[in-house]
Write a new protein. Structure first.
Length: 424
């Protein structure tokens, strides 16, 4: 009886799921994607699509899900069921899961060259894209700074940030300090260094404060910027403290850079800022001449009083001077002191302007070398040249010879012999 009931039920079920067929055609941009209707596996896409047959008499499907490893899953509602013999298109587009990361690199100062695993990638600030997850080495290089290194881990879909703070490479130059008069105490950045003339070596390449002190003279202060591998020169003209028997003359010229002569003796050049001070000037009347190539000489009389400062302002008029020229002095090696008519002018290479037309004696001196001298003829409005090739002074060993006391003794005996002969 039970068997009969069961058998009678079979045709009823077959009639429920039987009937005509239609199709869902699932289109996908990725082959090999698995297709599910209401969570039931239907097949895998191939050739860009998958046909899924459905019975028109069966309960309709409601949702479609398409998935593949490495891609985001696509889920949607199915359109109405197809009629018998009909095909309904379903389109599923799979988007890849983000698997790459990036590194954003900055440097202080900016502009450092960035290398990733030894390969140049650009200049900071810089973002390096499309990197697979993992650990990378970074290097930052910039001229004048020490290289810096770092390692960074990249994660999928994330940006890692790296900041390089570069340390400057210490660089050095030198300062040669001279003064008039010489023998002044030299202080650099408040630290005593020696007495002029002297050369300061291994000086860090930056701006330094220089002070020169000498008894009886006002302190001299200035600043000098040292460049790597370069010798900077400091030549201080010290101004004496006034006395009752001497005074001073301050000279300024427009334009600056003119040569100053006191009673036809060269003193120096007018500075671009401030005044040129002539100290220790005897009380009385003096002549000051200011000369600059391309301008007429300016000459005036100045009366100097004890412990006072007189002032001269020279406004130069254009026009070629007819009474002065220039002398250009070079030396090998350079850095030698130049004297014209026994007056110190500066350090080679040097061009001295405002030299009176005529014949002048030139002497070049450098420690460890023999002095070099010559005479040059200076023409009005022209430049005479003097090129000194200095020779090292050889070191001489003491010569063996007769001791001084032996010579004196011999002369004494000779004198005694002559006296005895005269008595005879």
């Amino acid at each position: 009886m039970i068997l009969l009931v069961l058998c009678a039920g079979i045709p009823a079920v077959s009639a429920q799921i039987g009937g005509d067929e239609g199709w869902y055609r699932v289109h996908c941009n990725i082959d090999g994607a698995d297709v599910y209707f209401d969570g039931q596996y239907q097949g895998t896409t191939y050739g860009g699509a998958l046909d899924v047959p459905v019975y028109t008499t069966a309960p309709p499907y409601n949702t479609v899900r398409v998935e593949k490893s490495g891609y985001h899953t696509y889920s949607a509602s199915l359109p109405s069921s197809p009629a018998a013999g009909q095909t309904v298109d379903v389109y599923a587009t799979l988007q890849p899961v983000e698997t790459a990361g990036s590194i954003h690199v900055t440097s202080s100062p900016s502009g450092a060259a960035i290398y990733l695993n030894g390969n140049y990638r650009g200049v900071a600030p810089l973002t390096i894209q499309s990197l697979s997850p993992g650990t990378y080495s970074l290097e930052a290089d910039r001229s004048g700074y020490q290289s810096d290194y770092s390692s960074v881990t990249v994660k999928a879909g994330q940006q890692s940030n790296v900041q390089f703070t570069l340390t400057p490479i210490e660089q050095y130059g030198s300062i040669k300090a001279t003064s008039s008069p010489s023998g002044a105490y030299v202080y650099m950045d408040g630290v005593y260094k020696g007495r002029t003339p002297m050369t300061l070596t291994s000086v860090s390449a930056k701006k330094h404060n220089i002070e020169l002190d000498l008894s009886g003279y006002y302190d001299w202060k200035s600043s000098v910027t040292v460049s790597p591998g370069v010798t900077s020169y400091v030549n201080a003209h010290l101004t004496s403290v006034p006395s009752e028997t001497t005074g001073a003359i301050d000279v300024v010229s427009y334009p600056a850079g003119a040569d100053i002569f006191l009673d036809d003796k060269y003193q120096g050049k007018t500075p671009t800022a401030g005044v040129y001070a002539i100290s220790n000037v005897a009380v009385g009347s003096h002549t000051v001449r200011v000369a600059l190539s391309g301008y007429q000489d300016y000459t005036t009389s100045v009366v100097v009083s004890g412990a006072t400062t007189s002032h001269v302002t020279a406004t130069l008029q254009p026009g070629q001077s007819t009474s002065t020229g220039s002398i250009s002095v070079t030396s090998s090696p350079s850095g030698a002191e130049v004297y014209i008519d026994n007056a110190y002018k500066g350090i080679t290479p040097l061009t001295v302007d405002g030299v009176a037309a005529g014949t002048h004696a030139v002497r070049v001196a450098l420690a460890g070398y023999g002095d070099w001298s010559t005479s040059v003829q200076v023409g009005a409005g022209s430049t005479a040249s003097a090129s000194a090739s200095l020779s090292p002074v050889p070191t001489q060993a003491p010569h063996a010879g007769v001791a001084p006391f032996a010579v004196v003794g011999a002369l004494g005996i000779l004198g005694l012999f002559v006296a005895l002969r005269r008595r005879d």
